[in-house]
Design a protein around this ligand. Structure first.
Ligand SMILES: Nc1ncnc2c1ncn2[C@@H]1O[C@H](COP(=O)(O)OP(=O)(O)OP(=O)(O)O)[C@@H](O)[C@H]1O
Ligand SMILES: [Mg+2]
Length: 214
């Protein structure tokens, strides 16, 4: 089943049937997004290997009524790059916006984004390199004349480390979720899914740090 606009940027090739140890989180987040009649911004923080990117894939799968947009901010970290990628995904084709000023591009994006959009910014902590404004603009889309958007930031760091106070003040206080480290049992269960299906590096590193032996 194809559930996102551009599967090449966010491979759905392997999403395990069961999201071990995270069912409660995913249900809570899905409910927040479904029930938000206006916009919502969610911050999901967790150390490497705690399943943030996988959670993003589940959100697209569990919310097929939303048009999904995915940006890896480590790869695309400038505001202009992010806006261009979203514009191209919204249009379903790749265009070069040449000398068009960034502000104009952002206004165009607000006009082109659909009403039920779910935008995932993965590796969002990378945005501190570029003093981003794009999170502010997207989280206030409806105030700025755009559609209601559901924005999800997946990050290793707390948002205070990479967003300015104006952006932070617009984010809902209660829309923060922390993914704790997996327990020993959960880690073994995840790893038993089998090589080639999970990225063993992130998980075995976690096990190593915590002194577990396979
Ligand atoms: N609960 C889980 N059930 C099954 N597989 C999982 C689970 N959590 C993580 N994995 C698998 O473990 C690997 C690491 O997870 P993931 O990439 O989502 O972590 P991450 O938090 O995004 O890490 P990073 O910060 O390094 O990007 C992936 O292959 C993922 O599919
Ligand atoms: Mg990740």
């Amino acid at each position: 089943m194809k559930v996102i606009s551009n599967p090449t940027v966010f491979s759905q090739e392997y999403v395990p049937e069961r999201f071990i140890g995270r069912e409660d989180h995913i249900s809570r987040i899905v409910n927040i997004i479904k029930l938000s009649e206006t916009s919502s911004t969610l911050i999901i923080r967790g150390n490497p290997g705690t399943g943030k990117t996988l959670l993003g894939k589940y959100l697209f799968r569990r919310l097929p009524e939303f048009r999904g947009f995915y940006v890896n901010c480590y790869v695309t970290s400038t505001d202009r790059g992010i806006v261009t990628q979203l514009l191209n995904e919204a249009a379903g084709k790749s265009s070069d916006y040449g000398n068009i000023p960034s502000e104009t591009l952002f206004k165009t994006l607000l006009k082109r984004l659909p009403q039920r959009a779910l935008i995932i910014l993965d590796e969002a902590h990378s945005l501190k390199r570029t003093r981003t404004q794009v999170v502010y603009l997207l989280s206030r889309s409806s105030e700025l004349g755009g559609p209601n958007l559901n924005l999800v930031l997946l990050t290793i760091e707390e948002p205070e480390m990479f967003l300015d106070s104006s952006t932070i003040s617009g984010l809902g206080k209660y829309n923060r979720v922390t993914l704790q480290e997996y327990s020993r049992e959960e880690l073994f269960e995840i790893i038993s899914i089998g090589p080639g299906q999970v990225s063993m590096k992130a998980l075995t590193q976690q096990m190593h740090w915590r002194g577990y032996h396979t």
